[in-house]
Design a protein around this ligand. Structure first.
Ligand SMILES: N[C@@H](CCC(=O)N[C@@H](CS)C(=O)NCC(=O)O)C(=O)O
Length: 205
């Protein structure tokens, strides 16, 4: 399989972490690509993802799958199913919901990056920036108050949360999140020892 990839993306990291947890990383070749809003990338749009977003995964039979959540579901099913997304109904809806929360926090964090790095300064909207941070803070509060969602075994919600926290450390170190979320911080410190976390720490392209 081929994974269209950039080393800073939390969505790509989520897929790579899932692949390592599932024992599939050795079957995936990383294909570096640069995607930036506002920059056309017609080849990638045509051959991989019309939305020009990463990650996208090309399977062994040439099918292209996106987005990160669909790819993780595909990998989970390739590994036998029910591993990172439990099969049992109650747990399944819990994990998919905590995943949706962490995924939404990742989306807010990436939008913040685009707003503060890409958008011309005179066009920036501070109220919108504060609103994205509020979504992240509110999600962190939820995990802090519902730390049963962080109990073993590792699941897709926890993987997405790990990708988000690593991205905050990488892109927003000047705004520390740990003081307001000590239980989440302790979980992240322990989880960061896992190969899936250690081998995928974000870096600049
Ligand atoms: N919902 C998508 C989000 C992917 C996404 O936004 N990726 C960013 C990189 S971190 C991207 O490709 N940005 C390029 C763009 O928005 O044009 C997923 O989960 O895969």
């Amino acid at each position: 399989m081929k994974l269209y990839f950039a080393p800073a993306s939390p969505f790509v990291r989520k897929v790579r972490m899932a692949a390592i947890e599932l024992g599939l990383a050795g079957n995936i070749e990383l294909m570096p690509i640069t995607v930036v809003p506002g920059q056309a990338n017609p080849d990638y749009a045509k051959t991989a993802n019309p939305l020009r977003k990463i990650p996208a995964l090309e399977t062994d039979d040439g099918q292209v799958i996106y987005d990160s959540t669909v790819i993780c579901e595909y990998l989970d099913s390739r590994a036998g199913g029910g591993k990172l997304i439990p099969a049992e109904a109650e747990r399944r809806w819990q994990v998919l919901t905590t995943h949706a929360l962490a995924q939404g926090m990742c989306e807010a964090a990436v939008l913040l990056r685009y707003e503060t790095w890409l958008r011309p300064e005179e066009l920036r909207w501070p109220v919108w920036v504060d609103d994205q941070w509020d979504k992240i803070d509110s999600g962190l509060r939820w995990f802090e108050e519902h730390d049963h969602a962080l109990a073993a075994p590792m699941d897709l919600g926890q993987i997405a949360l790990g990708a988000l926290l690593g991205y905050l450390d990488f892109r927003a170190a000047e705004r520390p999140w740990r003081p307001a979320a000590p239980k989440v911080a302790a979980w992240f410190e322990a989880a960061s020892e896992r190969p899936s976390f250690r081998e995928t720490v974000p870096s600049a392209p």
